[in-house]
Design a binder for this molecule. Sequence first.
Ligand SMILES: Cc1cc2nc3c(=O)[nH]c(=O)nc-3n(C[C@H](O)[C@H](O)[C@H](O)COP(=O)(O)O)c2cc1C
Length: 151
Amino acid sequence: MSGRTKKTAEAIASTLTNHEVSYLSIELTGKFIEKIKELDKFENNDYSAIETQFSGFNASGFDLIIIGMPTYGNFPPKVFGEILRRMGNLNGKNVVIFNTARFSGGKCLVYMKEKIEEAGGEVINQSKFRKLFWIGTKKAIQFGKQINEIK
Ligand SMILES: Cc1cc2nc3c(=O)[nH]c(=O)nc-3n(C[C@H](O)[C@H](O)[C@H](O)COP(=O)(O)O)c2cc1C
């Protein structure tokens, strides 16, 4: 909605110098009200507004997957389930998860972990980036550096 997850994801990606990285994003566009309307459509499993952004969301070619989501009402937006569906089988895949939030966010991360494990992935690291106002990149860079050391 306001680019906080994108900013965090890009900071993490920028640290992953030991790896070949593909960065794929799902972004809502337009004014705040238009984004809210797009989010509403997800509730009806209508992903037409972001369909083209899904290309490449297939886990098969990747050793490690890092997934970041915002927290809306204690959960990731419904598109999280669709992202998992498009990624396909996560069996044997290492997965790192993170979320951004303003007040809470722990429940959202627990939910994400559960769903990834249901899809066969193993969550090997996780982080919550919670800031009421300005979300900086310092913590994200520290987190990314840890991930960069994974062999
Ligand atoms: C509709 C909506 C619901 C939200 N619900 C929560 C929440 O339950 N807990 C929380 O800590 N922050 C909540 N927030 C704040 C967002 O989680 C936070 O600003 C997040 O970093 C947004 O990331 P984004 O800019 O990538 O969308 C909510 C924000 C919106 C717009």
